[in-house]
Design a binder for this molecule. Structure first.
Ligand SMILES: [Zn+2]
Length: 478
């Protein structure tokens, strides 16, 4: 496959991060990925960049926004006014950018409050607020014309399309654009080469005490990215020279190292986020307070989730973290577990009552951090999922497609493009909001009967109506 025509147009921002890279995709309909901030300098640079490709802003037909940070979406509204271009964004991002910047004052106040309560001196917290307030002029709210979900397709030319994947942790609904044919990925701010600080605090709902665990989400999204074959990453800022899997490895190691250092620090005495940040980052803290905080808070979230640290509140409302010694770990409730075969266990005792199994299967849900839980009545319990949350027990053809029977009366259509092969040839598919289902042995053989070689070294799935769907069969990490 020839490479897609993806051209970089870099636009100035007034931020320490420097220029933002937007990407022009020259297909059937000229498409711009991200927009730069709303400033005259940025507008002029965009015009000049488009002119190099024989275009003007008016020629743009679509704008895809990777996420709602000001440097990525700020001048989308002006481009839309000028060109009538369709704005594309993820369903989680769309309402946020439609309401900026008028929705921002409480968000700014929430940020100031968060930094204060985590031990930042008042002057530092105020500076964060001023920085965010300053960004208000660099954006205009924009209506999203085309709201997408994970796995949506962006037609580019002829049959050629890009896949849009949601990757969490930098911004709610952050999208990356993937070209499976030429193995290129437009990464927004999710993949940055010095990207050790990309998980970002998101404090819109902080006044209600709600805050996504950005780093937890971010690390989970890397599992999905690791499955893609990528030869080239187009980043939102700077250069990206590393192979993407080497980058993923580096990110994981970096954060593990940070957690080691935080733990070491807390073993001496309980501390606030600010105290930990000052200790760990000294010189960078002043210039990069927001990034450093994002990184420390993210790793504290992970340590807290794993029961290694706990957070308490001082009389004045300041949060303070301390190490949980082995002798102080709270007695735990029985562990609810879903094993590889799809059996439910409570402290290693198998649950066999069909009614209970049905109740648990139907109640199984994913929390904001990507962990699993069941709520039954007023009780909410974490579930340890060993492999996939669902097991395909039976496959049946209906009409043009295959149906997957997941037990407990749950039936889901198979999307062949999500089929993947794991260790020991186990087959997986994505169902129900992108959750994984593992094919049980019987279901595997049922479907395998309809998988055949396509004669070109690949495989195709025969559908019940006799048509064939080419399979990519990505491999799952074992
Ligand atoms: Zn960003």
């Amino acid at each position: 496959m020839p490479r897609l025509d993806i051209r970089r147009i870099s636009l100035p921002t007034p931020f320490p991060v420097g220029a933002i890279h937007t990407y022009l995709i020259l297909g059937d309909r000229p498409t711009l990925v991200d927009t730069g901030v709303a400033s005259e300098a940025s507008w002029d640079a965009l015009g000049a960049g488009l002119r190099e490709h024989g275009l003007t802003v008016r020629d743009l037909e679509r704008v895809v926004l990777t996420h709602g940070h000001v440097d990525h979406y700020g001048q989308a509204a002006r481009i839309r006014d000028e060109s009538g271009a369709e704005i594309w964004a993820h369903a989680r991002t769309a309402p946020l950018i439609a309401s900026y910047p008028w929705s921002m004052p409480p968000v700014i106040a929430a940020n100031v409050d968060f930094f204060r309560r985590n031990g930042a001196p008042p002057a530092v917290a105020e500076r964060i607020g001023e920085f965010l307030a300053g960004a208000v002029e660099l954006q205009r709210g924009v209506q999203v014309d085309h709201v997408v979900e994970h796995g949506a397709r962006l037609p580019v030319c002829g049959e050629r399309h890009l896949e849009l994947f949601e990757v969490a942790g930098h911004y709610p609904g952050h999208l990356v654009l993937y070209d499976a044919d030429s193995r290129e990925l437009i990464g927004g701010d999710h993949l940055l080469d010095d990207g050790t600080t990309v998980p970002f605090l998101f404090l819109k709902d902080w006044s209600e005490g709600i805050r996504p665990r950005s780093l937890v989400l971010f690390l989970q999204s890397l599992d999905h990215l690791a499955r893609l074959e990528v030869d080239r990453v187009h980043p939102g800022h700077g250069t990206f020279e590393l192979a993407h899997r080497a980058w993923i490895e580096r990110i994981r190691k970096h954060h593990a190292r940070i957690r080691g250092r935080i733990r070491h620090h807390l073993e001496k005495a309980p501390a606030t986020v600010w105290e930990i940040a000052r200790r760990l980052y000294r010189s960078q803290l002043e210039a990069h307070t927001f990034l450093v905080f994002s990184e420390v808070v993210g790793n504290l979230d992970l340590l807290e989730r794993d029961g290694d640290v706990e957070c308490s509140t001082d009389d004045d409302g300041t949060f303070r973290y301390r190490i949980v010694g082995a002798e102080h770990r709270r007695p735990r409730p029985p562990v609810l577990r879903l094993d590889r075969e799809g059996r439910w266990l409570e402290d290693d005792e198998e649950i066999t009552h069909p009614g209970t199994i049905e109740l648990l299967t139907r109640a199984l849900a994913r929390d904001a951090d990507g962990g699993f839980f069941v709520s039954i009545g007023s009780e909410r319990r974490a579930v340890k999922v060993e492999d996939a949350p669902y097991v395909v027990r039976r496959v049946e053809g209906e009409g043009a497609g295959w149906l997957l029977w997941l037990g407990a009366g749950l039936v889901e259509p198979l999307d062949p493009s999500t089929l993947a092969i794991g260790a020991e040839n186990v087959l997986y598919a994505l169902v129900r909001d992108g959750l994984r289902a593992r094919f049980g042995r019987a279901a595997y053989y049922q479907l395998a009967e309809h998988i055949e070689e396509d004669g070109a070294g690949g495989f195709a799935l025969r559908m019940p109506d006799g048509t064939r769907r080419a399979l990519t069969l990505a491999s799952e990490p074992s």
